[in-house]
Design a protein around this ligand. Structure first.
Ligand SMILES: CC(C)(COP(=O)(O)OP(=O)(O)OC[C@H]1O[C@@H](n2cnc3c(N)ncnc32)[C@H](O)[C@@H]1OP(=O)(O)O)[C@@H](O)C(=O)NCCC(=O)NCCS
Length: 165
């Protein structure tokens, strides 16, 4: 299995894999049936969506795992500047490995590649988005050396028409 940088030609295959990982998450956590969710909302999900893919492609920090022309894993990351008291922060937005080939160190190798490249590009720290009930992802991040405390991120939908500010 080759770990290599994300390329433009990967867009369709990597989109398919990211969506299948997102669906898996929905099936495990939400009552919502995927088919019932609005199409427009689904189109905007994930780092491989139309509006976000290019940023993750251009970042130089996104990688895929490929064998025989098929994509079996991905990691989408970018460098953020002047955030959380650091100049260069490696932001890991999403990663996933095809269910058939999990537990073969593919996730570990993808994450390590992003971290190595991020450090080479001047990254000072790395932050990764992990749902608190995602045991496999938590264990993977711990194995590679991430520190996890009880921090929580507070979210607000600034485009919510009902929001009163
Ligand atoms: C999380 C995920 C990317 C891990 O990919 P993977 O290729 O299977 O992981 P690896 O084989 O590299 O595992 C590395 C380490 O992670 C931990 N780990 C991975 N899967 C695990 C599981 N199901 N249970 C417990 N620990 C697990 C282990 O410490 C493992 O090391 P070990 O095999 O020596 O014990 C994969 O399970 C996945 O795609 N999940 C669905 C999508 C997702 O949740 N993405 C993360 C969003 S942040």
């Amino acid at each position: 299995m080759e770990i290599r940088q994300l390329k433009l030609k990967d867009v369709e295959k990597v989109r398919e894999l990211e969506i299948s990982c997102i669906k898996e998450y929905f099936a495990a956590t939400l009552e919502n049936k995927w088919e019932d969710l609005p199409e427009e909302w689904k189109d905007n999900l994930g780092a491989s969506s139309k509006n976000h893919f290019k940023a993750y492609l251009d970042s130089g920090l996104s990688f895929v795992a490929e064998e025989d022309g098929e994509i079996y894993g991905f990691i989408f990351a970018q460098m953020l500047h002047h955030i959380a008291d650091v100049n260069n922060l490696v932001w890991i937005e999403n990663m996933g490995v095809h269910p058939y080939v999990r537990r073969n160190e593919i996730g570990y190798r993808l994450l390590r590649e992003t971290l190595r490249k991020g450090r080479e590009m001047g990254g000072q720290v790395a932050h990764s988005m992990i749902q608190e009930d995602n045991v496999s992802s938590i264990m993977l991040h711990k194995k590679i050396g991430f520190f996890m405390d009880d921090r929580k991120v507070a979210l607000m939908d600034l485009q919510d028409p009902k929001l009163k500010l």
